[in-house]
Design a protein. Sequence first.
Length: 134
Amino acid sequence: MTVFSWPVRVYYEDTDAGGVVYYANYLRFMERARTEWLRSLGFEQDDLMRDPGILFAVRRAEVDYLRPAHFNDRLIVVSEIERAAGASIDFAQMVRREDETAPLCRGRVQVVCLRAGGLRPTRIPDAMISKFQS
């Protein structure tokens, strides 16, 4: 997969009393980027739940906070698949300011494909894997 980038503006609601982005919000930013990446490939999550009856859920997340982001910063969330096979996708993600290259935060997130009925792991459809690799 090529690298996918998604812009995020830091709103007041994203920050703590000191105007610094609250740590858990980086995970929200990363989630948005993964959702927009899927959308860019033509996959809407609500459509996937109907047909072929799957959804994706985070199984594991590891985040390193390196430098703070602040209210009104313009950020870029960069996402890249490290591995997609079987029922899981491993992402490397990074958040940086729009005008900088140094990361503010780095994350590794594993999502698992689940059958919508019953929430049991299931293989990622081959058509999706092919799109991920193109």
